[in-house]
Design a protein around this ligand. Structure first.
Ligand code: ZN
Length: 165
């Protein structure tokens, strides 16, 4: 081997501040990087793949979903990750872009909200001790996906039912 570039990287082992699943689309990478820093996430285990959250919510095949779950598992196992950020973004080519929604940004956002919920639910089911945070990255910034209203009502009804027992 011949050295062609010099850069001093930190050598000490680390605990990951979070695992971050997001799309490889270069247009959003800077927003994601800045958002992570703003969140105090200095050492993320980045899982960067086409579609980001789509690989869990609507995988093209079982291999894709298993591979991503294994990456999260490795981050937890190797770097004691306690937090997983799962992201998708506007105009993502793996969804056919904004054109797939006929340019309707609200329809696109709603579709992604459901996708992100599905991805988050899968992660929570697989890794119950981990905090899972779904985010939608738009061209004006990062949007937090709020808990599903239907799921909240259902949870409230469940707790009311158990209180009655
Ligand atoms: Zn994308």
């Amino acid at each position: 081997m011949r050295k062609i570039f010099h850069f001093d990287s930190p050598t000490e082992p680390y605990i990951a501040d979070a695992a971050v699943l997001c799309c490889f689309d270069a247009r959003i990478s800077q927003a994601v990087r800045k958002f992570l820093r703003e969140q105090g996430i200095e050492r993320p285990d980045m899982i960067i793949v086409a579609g980001g959250a789509k690989t869990l919510a609507s995988p093209r095949n079982d291999f894709e979903q298993d591979f991503i779950l294994e990456q999260v598992r490795m981050s937890i196992h190797l770097h004691q990750t306690k937090r997983v950020l799962v992201m998708s973004h506007s105009d993502c080519a793996t969804y056919g872009g904004l054109a797939h929604f006929n340019g309707d940004r609200a329809a696109e956002a709603e579709h992604h909200r459901q996708e992100l919920h599905r991805a988050a639910e899968l992660l929570v089911a697989k890794f119950p001790d981990i905090s899972v945070e779904p985010y939608f990255v738009k061209f004006d910034g990062v949007w937090k996906v709020l808990p599903d209203m239907a799921a909240r009502i259902e949870a409230a009804m469940r707790s009311r039912k158990s209180a009655n027992v």
